[in-house]
Write a protein that binds this ligand. Structure first.
Ligand SMILES: Cc1cc2nc3c(=O)[nH]c(=O)nc-3n(C[C@H](O)[C@H](O)[C@H](O)COP(=O)(O)O)c2cc1C
Length: 387
């Protein structure tokens, strides 16, 4: 066991979690070779490809749709092979859906790196959902064992599955039998803060046939409050043979590399921060010596608050273009509002923008508000309070 991780085995309370974060090595050397030897890079996905980029785009209900994914894609270093999740998809709805053409399942041409995330526990519905999902040629399949909201828990979906290890095992074994695609589980710490149970649960997932795990180390009751306990990512990574992707509280590109250093994780999943700086994919790529995104040749990734402010205006306009192109008029504004509800937290005067856009009645009106707001230059802060 690596010494850094060994010390972290004993960290559990909030205080030691804080010192865990601040005592990390300050050097951020290139990690391209690290990633090639990562367990995640060894898996063959449905598109026949191997992943060669360390950031995974997270599932976010109402956000990880085709329009946002297109924005994220525009910031991927040219030529890399990454993984992008869909938003969570209900196995109660998928069997009757025109998969590939609903707002939650539509895809852009060439999207062969998608991980659709299933919400459910019923074998028959999972089977039908998997059949339907073939229409979008997934790279892999994920089972949601992290959603903490009560209307999901009452059906024994999401993180509720972590409360019953035997039942969760059955769901994974059944799904394993139903698909040859790489199968993952996105999980939390669980219903309670019990790292030993968490490790047992992760080992169970491995034995039941999961090919990889994403861990968001918070308990159900914390939703997204407080700090994610990165030390638990290190513990789980040590305890299993399969790849472990870490998730939680990534705000800046340095955090991605810091999480890898601190936990030994095989990849890093980014959710909320991608609504504020989707170019975090470019920034990390640049730190790893990878080329700029297609169409941005010869440019450097935005880094200063002013550069990021300018880029946010550009990304927001790109997002609106994609919404117009891919969604019906009445579907556009709710998606822009949700995008800004998270992204505005990093943007100087972002609350003002978000409030003004919330008052608009359609996307063209919101675009005028955006134009006026960015007529004067704005900045993006490196970090914000995520509470
Ligand atoms: C608006 C929103 C919707 C989310 N929806 C999902 C979801 O559908 N499935 C899921 O597994 N996690 C979902 N999450 C959780 C994120 O994937 C991620 O685990 C969490 O936000 C912590 O990562 P972060 O600190 O990078 O934001 C959602 C988060 C947000 C903010």
């Amino acid at each position: 066991m690596n010494a850094e991780i060994q010390t972290q085995e004993h960290l559990s309370d909030a205080h030691s979690e804080a010192s865990f974060r601040t005592s990390l090595p300050s050097h951020l050397a290139l990690r391209t070779s690290h990633f090639r030897s990562s367990r995640l890079a060894q898996l063959t996905f449905g598109n026949g490809k191997h992943v060669d980029f360390p950031i995974v785009f997270a599932p976010m209900a109402g956000l990880s749709h085709v329009a946002f994914r297109q924005v994220v894609r525009s910031y991927l270093p040219a030529g890399v092979s990454a993984l992008l999740f869909t938003e969570m998809l209900s196995t109660r709805l998928l069997p009757d859906e025109d998969v590939g053409h609903t707002p939650q399942t539509q895809v852009a041409p060439g999207e062969e790196d998608l991980i659709p995330q299933l919400l459910g526990n019923d074998e028959g519905l999972i089977e039908k959902s998997l059949e339907k999902l073939q229409a979008i040629r997934p790279a892999g399949i994920d089972i949601n064992m992290g959603c903490p909201v009560s209307k999901v828990l009452k059906h024994n979906w999401g993180v509720a599955l972590m409360g019953d290890i035997g039942y969760a095992e059955k769901v994974v074994r059944q799904t394993r039998r139903l698909t040859a695609l790489p199968l993952s589980v996105k999980m939390r710490t669980g219903l309670t803060d019990d790292p030993e149970y968490l490790v047992d649960f992760a080992r169970m997932l491995q034995e039941a046939g999961a090919d990889w795990i994403t861990l968001h180390p918070r308990i159900q009751a914390h939703h997204r409050k407080g700090s994610a306990k990165w030390s638990y990512i290190a513990r789980v990574r040590e305890a299993v043979r399969i790849p472990v992707v870490g998730n939680g509280d990534i705000q800046e590109s340095e955090d991605v590399l810091r999480m890898q250093d601190a936990t030994g994780c095989d990849g890093v999943m980014v959710a909320r921060a991608s609504t504020a700086r989707p170019w975090i994919f470019w920034q990390v790529g640049e730190s790893l010596g990878l080329p700029p995104p297609a169409g941005r040749e010869g440019e450097r990734a935005p880094r200063t608050p002013a550069e990021e402010g300018r880029e946010y205006c550009r990304a927001l306009n790109h997002f609106c273009d994609e919404l117009e192109q891919r969604f019906l008029a009445e579907q556009q504004l709710p998606r822009l509002r949700l995008f800004l509800a998270w992204g505005h937290k990093w943007l100087f005067f972002g609350h003002y923008l978000s409030t003004r856009v919330n008052r608009c009645t359609d996307l063209p009106a919101a675009r005028k508000v955006i134009d006026t707001f960015f007529a004067e230059s704005k900045t993006i802060q490196p970090r914000t309070s995520l509470q």
